[in-house]
Design a binder for this molecule. Structure first.
Ligand SMILES: [Zn+2]
Length: 635
C-alpha cells in the first residue's frame, strides 16, 4: 500500500478492472495483465502442455469437498509458511487411480502426501507438477485426504528472490499460492504465434453446450464443485488477516495476531488471504455487517463503496433472492494489479482502481466507478457465486454479463432512469472501440469467452435493452427462476450453459420480442439509426407537432464480419427532449427499414428529437441518433 498522491483517473475503467474468478477461464483473458513470458516461462508453458495435456486434460479428478488452510505470514521478513488439508471425494461413477497436483509456482515444497498408499508417478520440479497414483484405486464416493506444506523463506532460497505477493504491508495470497487439482487449461498458451512455433496445434477452446462431460464440470474449478473452506492465519502484530468465511476467533499472542475464519456454507473453491495494517469502516444492511478495510490515507471513496453495497443488497435481494452471508467485506490490496474480484462474502479491490480514484461526481464525463465496480462485484455474489457456469462456451456470459446487467440496475435505482442514457452510451462507445480493435474475430454474446468488450460492454447494453422491451419484472423473474434451478448445482446436476439461459429467455418472453434474442444474443447485429431532420409547429391547443425524418437499417454481421442489411419490423424508441433535456416524448414505434418520416404530438416545447436516443440498441454511429428541432415559421 505504497500510495503517495491523489491520482486522477476519471472516466477510464481499464480493461483490467472487472476481473472475474481467475479459474479455468479467466487466466487467459484480458483481465490478467498481459505479461510477456521469458524464455524459461515459455519453455514451461510448452512442456506443461506437451507432457500432460494428452493424458490428463480430460482425466477426472477427486473433487475437493473441504479445505483447511494453516498460514503464517511474516510480513516484516516477507516470508510465509503455508500448510493445508484438502478432503477429496471421488464423485465420478468410476474408479480414480491418481490425483494431478499443480504446486504453487513461487513456494518451496515441504511436504505433499495422501492418507493412503501411493506412488509418485510424476515429480516435475520445472513445471511444478506432481501426480500421485493410488496403490488401490479410489472407488466412487470414497474419500482421500491430501496433506501439503510449503514455505517461502527468501533468505534460505536466495537473498535476491522476493515473493510477488508478500509485502511488509499488503500481502495478498491469491489462488496461485495454493495447490490446484487437475490439469489446468489456464496454463495453456492462447498465443497463435507461440502455438505455431512449438507445433501445439490450435488454441484450446471450451466445449460446446451439448457436451455431456463438460456440463458436469464447473467453469471455474473443473471437477471440484462446492467446498467448505477454513483458515487459521497468523500475521505480524498490528496487521489484520482476512480470508473468505465467518470470523470465528481473533487473538493476539506475543508479537503475532491470530485469526480463524470458518466457512459456514460450501462456496466456489477460490482461496485467498490478505494481511495488512488496515483502518476499518463499518456499516449495516439489515443483519448484514458491512466492513471496508482500507489504507488509512485512502478514505476518499469508502462511503461510496458502502452505499453501493447497501444499494446492491436492496436491488439484488428484491430481484434475485437472498444474500447468502451475514457479512460483506471490501479489502484494499496494493497496486501490483488493477482489478476488483469477488470472493464469497468478500470483495478484493486494488487500491489503484477505486480507493484512490479522485472523482468529481457532478462532472458529466465522470462515471462514478467505485460505485459501479462495487455494484458489479456485489452482483458476482449471485453470479457465479450461487450459480457457477459449466465449462462450456459462453460461460462468462453467465457471470460477467449478468453482473454488468445487475450493476446497471443498481445505477438506475440510485441515479434515476434519465442517467441511463449516459451509462449506456459509455458502454456502447467501449463496445464499438473493442470491436474496432479486435485482432481475431468478434463472436455473438452467447459464445463470448474472452471478448471483454462483448461480455461487459455489449452484454450490459443487451440485457438492459431486453429489460426495456420485455419489462424488468419479467426479465428478473426469468433470472430468478434460472438462479433457483441452478443454485449450488454441480456434481450430480449439470451446470448451466449460456444456450440454456438464452432458451429460457426465449420461452418466457412474448412472440413479438423473439427477434430481439436473435439480434442481441445469437448474432452480431448492428443498427444504423439516424435522425436527419426534425420540424415542429405549435398547435392551437398549445401542444407541438413534431415531424421527424431519418433512416433506420438493421445489419447482420457475417462470420467474416461483413454487414448485410436484413429485413426488419422492429420496435424502436422515438424520443423528444425539451430545452432542458427533459424527455417530453418516449414511445416505441415500428420501423421496417430504410427512410422514415413520422409525426408525434408533445406537450412541451421540443428542442431535440431522435430514434433510440437512450442508446438501448447497438448503433454503429450513435452520434447522429438525434437532431435539433427547428420551429416552422407561423404565418
Ligand atoms: Zn466481473
Amino acid at each position: 500500500l505504497n500510495f503517495t498522491g491523489k491520482v486522477k483517473t476519471g472516466f477510464a475503467i481499464s480493461g483490467a478492472t472487472f476481473a472475474l474468478l481467475a479459474g479455468v477461464l479467466a487466466y487467459n483473458t484480458v483481465f490478467v495483465n498481459p505479461v510477456i513470458p521469458d524464455d524459461e516461462q515459455t519453455a514451461n508453458i510448452v512442456s506443461y502442455e506437451k507432457k500432460y495435456r494428452q493424458t490428463y486434460e480430460s482425466m477426472a479428478q477427486p473433487s475437493v469437498i473441504d479445505a483447511e488452510f494453516d498460514v503464517n505470514i511474516f510480513a516484516s521478513e516477507r516470508s510465509l509458511e503455508l500448510s493445508g488439508l484438502y478432503t477429496m471425494q471421488n464423485l465420478q461413477s468410476h474408479d480414480l487411480d491418481s490425483v494431478f497436483v499443480n504446486l504453487p509456482a513461487e513456494l518451496n515444497l515441504v511436504d505433499l502426501s495422501v492418507d493412503r498408499p501411493f506412488t509418485l508417478i510424476v515429480d516435475d520440479a520445472d513445471n511444478k507438477v506432481k501426480v500421485l497414483q493410488f496403490t488401490t484405486p479410489l472407488k466412487p464416493n470414497e474419500v482421500v485426504k491430501l496433506n501439503y506444506a510449503f514455505d517461502f523463506k527468501p533468505k534460505g532460497i536466495s537473498a535476491k528472490r522476493q515473493a510477488s505477493r508478500i509485502f511488509h504491508n499488503g500481502t495478498f495470497l491469491d489462488v496461485e499460492y495454493f495447490p490446484a487439482i487437475g490439469f489446468s487449461t489456464a496454463r495453456l498458451s492462447q498465443s497463435d504465434k507461440l502455438r505455431d512455433k512449438f507445433n501445439l496445434g490450435p488454441a484450446p477452446e471450451l466445449a460446446a453446450a451439448d457436451d455431456k462431460n463438460a456440463v458436469m464440470k464447473s467453469a471455474f474449478s473443473g471437477d471440484t464443485h462446492w467446498v467448505t473452506s477454513h483458515y487459521t492465519i497468523s500475521t505480524d502484530k498490528g496487521q489484520t488477516a482476512i480470508s473468505p468465511g465467518e470470523l470465528e476467533k481473533h487473538w493476539t499472542q506475543g508479537d503475532r495476531e491470530h485469526f480463524v475464519y470458518r466457512g459456514k456454507r460450501a462456496t466456489v473453491f477460490y482461496p485467498a488471504i490478505v494481511s495488512a495494517r488496515y483502518k476499518v469502516k463499518e456499516a449495516k444492511w439489515n443483519d448484514v455487517a458491512i466492513k471496508v478495510f482500507y489504507h488509512h490515507r485512502h478514505d476518499y471513496n469508502v462511503d461510496t463503496m458502502i452505499l453501493a453495497v447497501q444499494k446492491s443488497l436492496d436491488v439484488f435481494t428484491a430481484a434475485f433472492g437472498e444474500y447468502p452471508f451475514d457479512h460483506v467485506r471490501i479489502l484494499e490490496f496494493p497496486r501490483f494489479s488493477r482489478f476488483a474480484q469477488s470472493y464469497p462474502g468478500t470483495i478484493l479491490y486494488s487500491e489503484a482502481i477505486g480507493f484512490i480514484a479522485n472523482l468529481e461526481p457532478n462532472k458529466e464525463t465522470d462515471l462514478d466507478y467505485p460505485f459501479y465496480v462495487t455494484a458489479h462485484e456485489m452482483a458476482h455474489q449471485w453470479w457465479p457465486h450461487q450459480t457457477s457456469a459449466s465449462a462450456t462456451k459462453g460461460a462468462n456470459m453467465l457471470s460477467e454479463t449478468l453482473s454488468q446487467y445487475s450493476a446497471l440496475m443498481v445505477m438506475e435505482s440510485h441515479y434515476g432512469a434519465d442517467k441511463m442514457r449516459q451509462f449506456l452510451r459509455f458502454g456502447l462507445d467501449r463496445y464499438l472501440r473493442g470491436r474496432g480493435t479486435e485482432r481475431d474475430k468478434e463472436v455473438p454474446l452467447m459464445e463470448a469467452d474472452d471478448h471483454s468488450y462483448v461480455l461487459y460492454d455489449k452484454g450490459g447494453i443487451v440485457m438492459y435493452a431486453l429489460r426495456d422491451y420485455v419489462g424488468g419484472e419479467r426479465l428478473n423473474k426469468i433470472l430468478r427462476d434460472y438462479l433457483n434451478e441452478f443454485k449450488y448445482a454441480g456434481s450430480d446436476k449439470a451446470y448451466p450453459t449460456s444456450v440454456g439461459l438464452v432458451n429460457r429467455i426465449k420461452r418466457n418472453i412474448p412472440q413479438e420480442y423473439q427477434y430481439l434474442v436473435a439480434d442481441l444474443f445469437e448474432n452480431i447485429t448492428l443498427m444504423d439509426m439516424r435522425a436527419t431532420e426534425a420540424q415542429a409547429k405549435k398547435l392551437d391547443n398549445g401542444q407541438y407537432e413534431v415531424t421527424l425524418k431519418g433512416l433506420v437499417n438493421k445489419n447482420r454481421m457475417s462470420e467474416t464480419g461483413e454487414p448485410t442489411v436484413i429485413a426488419m419490423n422492429d420496435l424502436i424508441d422515438v424520443v423528444v427532449f425539451d430545452e432542458n433535456e427533459k424527455v417530453i416524448y418516449l414511445k416505441k414505434h415500428k420501423f421496417d427499414g430504410g427512410d422514415f418520416e413520422l409525426t408525434v404530438t408533445v406537450d412541451g416545447k421540443p428542442a431535440n428529437a431522435g430514434v433510440d436516443a437512450y442508446h438501448k440498441l447497438i448503433d454503429r454511429i450513435p452520434d447522429d441518433n438525434s437532431v435539433g428541432v427547428t420551429m416552422a415559421s407561423t404565418d
